[in-house]
Ligand binder design. Structure first.
Ligand SMILES: C[S@@+](CC[C@H](N)C(=O)[O-])C[C@H]1O[C@@H](n2cnc3c(N)ncnc32)[C@H](O)[C@@H]1O
Length: 251
């Protein structure tokens, strides 16, 4: 799967390039969970480097992190060890994982959009529902198609960014094109990583699915979920709010 090889490439510097407001987003998540029950067990789907899994474990939740990318899981395990929190990470696919014990809360930050094939999305939603306890909740975010189209009228946006730390200079030269018909964004370009005299180039070809409110509602209803909230504009306490939907559904 191309998406996953993208994450293999960026795993080692993922924490540098992504927005940092982990606490604000966790505050929002805690508030949401508080509105619908008192479950203390959370499955973090597509947990990446474990940023949220670890922060939520520190807040007293019993956390399980799931991701398909070995590199991401390896970093998540190291990060958890560094701060001495007890979190279990498993390598599984959102589309077909099966928990030994069903769970009260499943959360997916930034990972549902990575599933671009519509049949795969349907499979993933049904599978997520199967792994929830009765009345269990699934909270996730996806990109809001209408807001992005409003913002990037020509559908194309380019990004060149440089990240520096003590040992590494990372150059991103990427452009993303959002297809209005398919609602799939394709990001192409290259990432160049320089460590001392060693320079590595990685080709990027990554796809993301965007959603309209109507589209996501139909898919969730089809999977048998009861929709509790669809919040436009991102997480309540996230100071870097993005044009995205935060969706809360119940089994
Ligand atoms: C944008 S990152 C988000 C990581 C983390 N949730 C965060 O917000 O920092 C998306 C993650 O989802 C994972 N992922 C994508 N598709 C997946 C799938 N089908 N099954 C499991 N993990 C997947 C990727 O490996 C990546 O680590």
């Amino acid at each position: 799967m191309k998406n996953v090889s993208y994450y293999e490439t960026i795993a080692s510097f993922y924490d540098i390039i992504v927005p940092r407001n982990v606490r604000g987003i966790c505050d929002s998540l805690e508030a949401t969970i508080g509105r619908y029950g008192k479950s203390k067990r959370i499955l973090d789907l597509g947990c990446g480097t474990g940023r949220f899994t670890i922060e939520l474990a520190k807040r007293g939740f019993s956390m399980l992190g799931l991701d398909l990318t070995d590199e991401m899981i390896g970093i998540a395990q190291k990060n958890a060890k560094k701060v001495d929190v007890n979190v279990k990470f498993i390598k599984e696919d959102i589309r077909n994982f099966r928990l030994k014990k069903k769970i009260g809360v499943i959360w997916a930050r930034g990972s549902i959009g990575d599933i671009v094939n519509l049949n795969d999305v349907k499979r993933a939603f049904k599978n997520i529902r199967n792994n929830l306890l009765k009345k269990g909740i699934f909270i996730f975010d996806v990109r809001d198609f209408s807001s992005y189209i409003g913002r990037y009228k020509d559908e194309l946006r380019s990004e060149s960014r440089v990240f520096k730390n003590r040992h590494t200079i990372t150059n991103f030269n990427l452009s993303a094109k959002l297809n209005k018909r398919t609602k799939i964004e394709r990001m192409t370009g290259e990432i160049i990583i320089q460590r001392g005299r060693c320079i590595r180039r990685y080709e990027v070809n990554h796809a993301l699915r965007y959603y309209t409110q109507k589209g996501i509602t139909a898919l969730l209803n089809n999977a048998g979920f009861n929709i509790l909230e669809i919040q436009q504009g991102g997480y309540e306490f996230d100071k870097d709010r993005k044009p995205q939907y935060v969706v809360v559904v119940e089994k």
